[in-house]
Write a protein that binds this ligand. Structure first.
Ligand code: 5GP
Ligand code: ZN
Length: 105
């Protein structure tokens, strides 16, 4: 948990979100500024800044994020989708808590 992190605050419930899935490791909610008809974010509950901060210990978690994408996309009625992980300020990342965008429709 990082005190100034928006997504940590969503994980703790301090900031509301339109949650579509949650388990012990992950929370998934709609993007507040959707770029497609369906646009949700798959977010690990663990505060990891970005893909550049990931190491071997995060391998299972990263796999889990990816495997959730097609499952939740199908539940949202998508037959196909795009995934995106912005990494680093120069990679367009704005929230420095790792997240996978899923967009479709
Ligand atoms: P990034 O550029 O870091 O990959 O994307 C951050 C995403 O988080 C943006 O698409 C932005 O709309 C979304 N976002 C930022 N703040 C909030 C928030 O408070 N709630 C939700 N649901 N999404 C947010
Ligand atoms: Zn965080």
């Amino acid at each position: 948990m990082s005190v100034d992190c928006i997504f940590c605050k969503i994980v703790s419930g301090a900031i509301p979100s339109k949650k579509i899935y949650e388990d012990d490791d992950v929370i998934v909610f709609d993007d507040i500024k959707p770029s497609a008809k369906v646009h949700f974010l798959i977010v690990p509950k663990l505060h990891v800044e970005s893909l550049m901060s990931c190491e071997g210990a995060h391998q299972a978690l990263l796999g889990k994020l990816l495997l959730l994408a097609p499952k939740l996309a199908a539940e949202q009625g998508l037959k196909g989708f795009k995934t995106l992980i912005n990494t680093g300020r120069e990679g367009g990342q704005e929230v420095f808590h790792l997240h996978l965008h899923v967009l479709g429709g």
